[in-house]
Design a protein around this ligand. Sequence first.
Ligand code: SF4
Length: 207
Amino acid sequence: MSERTKEILEILKVKYPDAHCELNFKTDFQLLVAVILSAQCTDKRVNIVTKPMFEKYPDPIDYATMPQEKLETLIHSCGFYHSKARSVISASTDIIEKFGGKVPEKMEDLLSLRGVGRKTANVVRSVAFGKSALAVDTHVFRVAHRLGLSDKPTPEGVEKDIVSQLSEDDLSVAHHLLIFHGRYVCHSRNPECGECPLTEYCEYIKG
Ligand code: SF4
């Protein structure tokens, strides 16, 4: 475990005491759908789309039996609606046919579902099932590089680096803290370094 990384985490815990998953859902399945829809889309937009959708269509069977065009209309504003609709329908069908109607917990089973990559699987494992997992999305990737937590060029490489620096208990919270920092302060363009408590750790502002 890295003392430096632990220090960074403690500072972020003070800055974002309420860091959590900002996608709204009531079931494991709804979380999975929301994460699939969140690719290249904001959590805020996904929540606007899923609120009425989950009320009317809460379960895998609703999507497994839904015509693709209908789902595309429902999720249109999330972008990439064609491939996202195909993924949700296919994943729902597999969940019913192969996993008894329940979202599987194992990484390999999650990765077998259409539209589910390593990031989505890790979010579901962490948020829905409480597993020690670190999902690396665009925010985590950027912040990790800026803070010198990893120099790896792929999300999987960054995941491995951070996992090696933290205890299992800290991984899920680290995911939310790094996302909050990337989303609210350490923006891709024009990071608000004046608001940041991590300047002394930051490789980015050191140039
Ligand atoms: S100092 Fe600026 S670039 Fe570095 S982590 Fe903080 S907000 Fe991001």
